[in-house]
Design a protein around this ligand. Structure first.
Ligand code: FAD
Ligand code: UDP
Length: 368
């Protein structure tokens, strides 16, 4: 008999949901994390009374009432609706692509006019079956929007040509012929009142957690401490990069505390021109309608993930997906190890998808 039923590597959403559900079923769990806090990338740090999203802006959204109700056990959500603004060389456009954007771009007033403009621009390229992000974007919104709001931002964000990126990435953004600046189509959306940490605290209540512990520094002993392992770190690292390294995009965050109440009037402003190096500026207080006398802003820069940079975004192009499939084949043969979350499943998951994936796993193991 080992000391724990489950060793859970990673206290992000996947690890925390798994730990919560397993503990409810009477299993003894230990969660370890190499960071000095729990929560993974949804962790917030309180600065000047403002919840600062330490690893990038996080807006919760889902269409799944079950997942929404699940989180509402731990925290209430405010009515925040994400409506980023794009700044291209000083000119502002509403996002996602909607009637406001089309008016700002072309002066079109009706949906029919906007649709006609897009059709006319698409025709020039004759794209039937979009094969990459560029072709997909032009097919959705035409050449002007692609050039002003997508191409340079995308190439800064991914460090790759838009023609070398998969088309699904741009399909994350809605295209609408209504005057609606809501970035998401989902039924449920908001920011947890009191911050994201409350969700993790609720999930991990009563669960043993050890911080500042890297699984790989002593994987042999960790391997012997529990009957089963839940691994939410990088799958390629787990297998000692035996097939080669999966690529990730990383980010550099520059925080600034400003002695003014309101810097940009919106939580998220995207800088879509290559003239600025940063991709976006986040003004955190606006997620919670803050009225503090100061404000905290974060400039976000996208960088390639080297060995000491945090891996934030899996790069799901064909080469990487092919490599991932090799690791996944090995993972599928494991009896006592379960891989889950953005890094271990190598998927560009949003929060609700990670929660969905963890709940599915626990249902498969423990039943309803
Ligand atoms: P993580 O949160 O990455 O947690 C993994 C944990 O494992 C980390 O704490 C890490 O320290 C730990 N770990 C890794 N390796 C080891 C090891 N060897 N030993 C010990 N511990 C280890 N989703 C949305 O729904 N809406 C958004 O607006 C949104 N915005 C985002 C913005 C950015 C910039 C990023 C990067 C992501 C965003 N997401 C958003 C996605 C969201 O962050 C993820 O879906 C979710 O947090 C992933 O949870 P996870 O548990 O899979 O991974
Ligand atoms: N994108 C863009 N211009 C923008 C915002 C997004 O071209 O102003 C593209 C870019 O390729 C980005 C993708 O759409 O990676 C998905 O955007 P999202 O806001 O969902 O990215 P995330 O918040 O996950 O970084």
């Amino acid at each position: 008999m080992k000391k724990y039923d489950y060793l859970i590597v990673g206290s992000g959403l996947f690890g925390a949901v798994f730990a919560h559900e397993a503990t409810k079923k009477g299993k003894k769990c230990l969660v370890i994390d190499k960071r000095n806090h729990t929560g993974g990338n949804i962790y917030c740090e309180n600065i000047e009374g403002i919840n600062v999203h330490k690893y990038g802006a996080h807006i919760f959204h889902t269409n799944d009432k079950g997942i929404w109700d699940y989180l509402n056990q731990f925290v209430e959500f405010n009515r925040y609706t994400n409506s980023p603004v794009a700044n291209y060389n000083g000119k502002l456009y509403n996002l996602p692509f909607n009637m406001n954007t089309f008016y700002q771009m072309w002066g079109t007033v009706t949906p029919a006019e906007a649709q006609a403009k897009i059709e006319e621009q698409k025709k020039e390229f004759g794209i039937k079956n979009p094969q990459n992000l560029e072709e997909q974007a032009i097919s959705l919104v035409g050449k002007d929007i692609y050039e002003i709001l997508i191409k340079e931002y995308t190439e800064k964000q991914w460090g790759r040509k838009a023609t070398d990126l998969p088309s699904f990435i741009i399909k994350r953004l809605p295209v609408r012929f209504t005057f609606d600046n809501n970035y998401f189509n989902d039924m449920y959306q908001g920011i947890p009142i009191g911050g994201y940490n409350k969700i993790i605290e609720g999930l991990l209540e009563g669960v043993e957690v050890k911080l500042n512990v890297d699984f790989f520094e002593d994987r042999e002993s960790w391997g012997n401490i529990a009957e089963k392992l839940i691994f939410t770190g990088k799958i390629d690292e787990y297998y000692n990069y035996c097939f080669g390294k999966l690529q990730y995009r990383s980010l550099r965050f520059e925080n600034e505390i400003l002695n003014q109440e309101n810097f940009q009037g919106n939580a998220v402003v995207n800088y879509t021109s290559k003239k600025e190096d940063h991709t976006r500026i986040i003004e955190h207080k606006h997620f919670e309608f803050g009225t503090q006398s100061k404000t905290v802003i974060t400039r976000e820069y996208s960088i390639e993930a080297s060995s000491d940079a945090e891996p934030y975004y899996p790069i799901n192009d064909e080469i990487n997906n092919e490599l991932y499939r090799k690791y996944k084949k090995m993972a599928d043969e494991e009896i006592n190890v379960i891989f889950g979350g953005r890094l271990a499943e190598y998927k560009y998951y949003d929060m609700h998808q990670v929660i969905g994936s963890a709940l599915k796993k626990t249902r498969d193991i423990f039943g309803v």
